[in-house]
Design a protein around this ligand. Structure first.
Ligand code: SAH
Length: 211
C-alpha cells in the first residue's frame, strides 16, 4: 500500500484539530497504521476513526492517540512509561517513538501476542509486553514517570496511582461504558495527586481479569 499521501492528509487533519506537538505529529507520521488493522480495512487506516481489531476491541482513533500522547508529554521527556491496554499496539508504537521505554499490559492474550509480532516486524526494540490484568499496573518496573490507559474504568485504579513516580503523570479516560467519559490527567506531587480534565471521549471499558 502506498500510504504516504493519506498519512500526510491525516497529519494535516490532526494539526487542524489542535495537535500542535511536532514530536507527536512526527511519530504519527512515522507509524504505519495500516499494518495494525485487518487487510480488509487498510483503505480506512488513515481516516480519523477507531476501527475494529477483533475480540470486541478497537484500534483508537488517531486524534485520541495523538491527544493522549501530547497530554502525557506536556511537561517534557519521559524515560519510562506504562501503558495499560496494548490492543493492536498502535498507541504503543507511537509512544515508543517519543519516550525512552514502554511497558505495556494487555488482558487478551491473542492481542498481546499479535501486537508483539507487529512491533517486532517494525523493528521496535524499546517495548516490553505483559499479558495480565492492567488494573494492577506492572509492579516489577514501578515507579513510572508516565502512565497511559487506553480503556475506561469508572474509577481510577488505586494501584496505578501508587505506581506513579513523584512528578509523574497518568492520562486516563474515566467514566461508565455507555455514559460520559472524560480524559483525565493526574499529576503526582510530593504531597498529593492533582486532577485536570480534558476532552470527552469514548473508550471500551477497563475489564477485570485476563482472557
Ligand atoms: N491502545 C490501543 C487501543 C486498545 S483498545 C490502540 O492503540 O489502538 C483497549 C484495550 O484495552 C483492549 O485491547 C482491551 O482488551 C484492553 N483492556 C481492557 N481492560 C484491560 C485490563 N484490565 N488490563 C489490560 N488491558 C485491558
Amino acid at each position: 500500500m502506498n500510504s504516504q499521501h493519506p498519512r500526510e492528509r491525516l497529519i494535516k487533519h490532526l494539526y487542524g484539530y489542535g495537535i500542535k506537538s511536532r514530536l507527536v505529529l512526527e511519530a504519527i507520521r512515522a507509524v504505519p497504521r495500516h499494518l495494525f488493522v485487518d487487510k480488509s480495512l487498510v483503505n480506512y487506516a488513515y481516516a480519523d476513526h477507531p476501527l475494529p481489531i477483533g475480540y470486541g476491541q478497537t484500534i483508537s482513533q488517531p486524534y485520541i492517540v495523538a491527544r493522549m500522547t501530547e497530554i502525557l508529554l506536556q511537561e517534557g521527556h519521559l524515560s519510562k512509561v506504562l501503558e495499560i491496554g496494548t490492543g493492536c499496539g498502535y498507541q504503543t508504537a507511537v509512544l515508543a517513538r517519543v519516550v525512552g521505554k514502554v511497558y505495556t499490559v494487555e488482558r487478551i492474550k491473542n492481542l498481546s501476542l499479535q501486537a508483539r509480532e507487529t512491533l517486532g516486524l517494525l523493528g521496535v526494540k524499546n517495548v516490553e509486553f505483559n499479558y495480565s490484568d492492567g488494573q494492577w499496573g506492572w509492579l516489577d518496573h514501578a515507579p513510572y514517570q508516565g502512565i497511559i490507559v487506553t480503556a475506561a474504568p469508572t474509577k481510577i485504579p488505586q494501584a496505578l496511582l501508587a505506581q506513579l513516580a513523584i512528578g509523574g503523570r497518568l492520562v486516563i479516560p474515566v467514566g461508565p461504558q455507555h455514559g460520559r467519559q472524560v480524559l483525565t490527567k493526574v499529576t503526582r506531587t510530593r504531597t498529593e495527586y492533582e486532577y485536570s480534565s480534558f476532552d470527552d471521549v469514548t473508550f471500551v471499558p477497563l475489564c477485570k481479569g485476563i482472557n
